[in-house]
Write a protein that binds this ligand. Sequence first.
Ligand SMILES: [Zn+2]
Ligand SMILES: [Zn+2]
Length: 171
Amino acid sequence: MLTQPSFSLPTIYSSSYSLHKQRYAMPTTVHGHCLCRETLISVDNIEDYQDHRACHCADCKRTCGGAFSTSVIVPKRHIHYTGPIKEFTYLSRVPNGRVVTRVFCGTCGSCVAFRSPVFRDMEAVFTGLIPYFSTVPIKIEIWTKDRWNCISQFTDASQHKIVEGYSLPKF
Ligand SMILES: [Zn+2]
Ligand SMILES: [Zn+2]
């Protein structure tokens, strides 16, 4: 009868390996797709983008077809799309009337991302397409003045009536 050889790394190797991981951890890329799977999205260096936010604004309700949207703001260079992407640019109803571009799958209509000049070189990626975000807590809520009465606030999430008081992540 064959027996499994027992094998374990000497402690010195395993501790130097965890030190190596701390110092040289490879950036993690996460992936997602739209409903029809023709649009694929990936986000690099995801460990840097943990400010998961919920937006209760009327535009997000319409774009996503739900009571609120969930997103993270990521530098454009770390976002990759392939597929039949379409864009819709409009003047949003926020007080300073900024121009917003909504990005969606041209085949099935899944909402993928949105852009605004106030985001500069960043873009907000809707997290519903990326399974990784199912375990990332919602930390920020914006446009809470438009939150539906039937929705309670997320535990420990900072609350902003419109968008005041929250600033873009700094990189
Ligand atoms: Zn699609
Ligand atoms: Zn919104």
